[in-house]
Design a protein around this ligand. Structure first.
Ligand SMILES: CCCCCOc1ccc(S(N)(=O)=O)cc1
Ligand SMILES: [Zn+2]
Length: 266
């Protein structure tokens, strides 16, 4: 049993993310995530526009949803779901999506920020490099993962995401898992314009914080309703004071260090 499991909730035990370096020294590494995207310092790279990102999802790729204890996670066998082009030098296969969000009436919640501004939530669509055998083999390699980040902003309801949220009541506790017996295409969760994105080399945003992620952060947020943001918080997790609503499951931005964030747009 690792000490983090003994302490349970990685966001609420001890000093939270600011203490992760004690058990995971890489937390203070050179390519950690998330970061603030300072739009005055991003660099347009015409090569990104010349080789457009190819994002392929399918209706039959999502098998189940699980409460991981720090988020929900929709897990996929990756069939027909591949990512290539843009900053990527090989084909990456879709593995899962999950999200991070904030507290009621707070403006924080996303992991990446744009010019210091947070969104209420951030979706992560995780892919692994098919040059490796599987996700587990890829997860700690420098070019092992590619994660598409999509900001959620408050606006009109998103019925597609609502179908996933309808399952939350069936996964009340850490480890609870149910099958998804309807077709759900994660492509529904891409913003209308997914041509414009920022990309940089970073890490997992939760322990073990492996520096293995090529981040692809969509510029355009996805609209969901205020109620849908609130429904995220109906998921439950363990805290030092017992089981309670899951929220503030985000790592705040860390220093960019010697990295430049590239933009696919001018
Ligand atoms: C040894 C297995 C590690 C499993 C952890 O996998 C992760 C963790 C974080 C992210 S995130 N928030 O950076 O998208 C993606 C995948
Ligand atoms: Zn994440």
């Amino acid at each position: 049993m690792s000490s983090s499991k003994k302490r349970g909730n990685i966001y609420l035990s001890g000093a939270g993310p600011s203490a992760w370096h004690e058990e995971y020294p890489v937390a203070k590494g050179k390519r950690q995530s998330p970061v603030d995207i300072n739009t005055n310092k991003t660099k347009f790279d015409p090569k990104l526009a010349a080789d457009p990102l190819t994002i392929r999802f399918s209706d039959s790729c999502c098998q189940s949803i699980v409460n991981t204890g720090i988020s929900f996670q929709v897990t996929s066998n990756g069939a027909g779901c591949e990512l290539s082009g843009g900053p990527l030098d090989s084909t990456y296969q879709f593995a899962q999506f999950h999200a991070h969000w904030g507290a009621y009436l707070k403006t924080t919640g996303s992991e990446h920020t744009v010019d210091g501004v947070s969104y209420p939530a951030e979706l992560h669509l995780v892919h692994w490099n098919t040059k490796y055998d599987d996700f587990k083999d890829a997860v700690d390699k420098p070019d092992g993962l590619a994660v598409i980040a999509v900001f959620f902003k408050r606006g009109k309801e998103h019925p597609g995401f609502g179908k996933i949220q309808d399952l939350f009541s069936k996964i009340p506790a850490k480890g609870a898992k149910v099958n998804i017996d309807f077709e759900f295409n994660p492509g529904l969760l891409m913003p209308p314009d997914s041509e414009n994105y920022w990309t940089y080399l970073g890490s997992l945003t939760t322990p073990p914080l492996y520096e293995s992620v090529t981040w692809i952060v969509m510029k355009e947020p996805l609209e969901v309703s205020v109620e849908q943001i609130a429904i995220l918080r109906t998921l439950l997790w363990e805290t030092p004071n017992g089981v309670s609503q899951m929220y503030n499951n985000f790592r705040p931005p860390v220093p960019l260090r010697d990295r430049v964030i590239r933009a696919s747009f001018g």
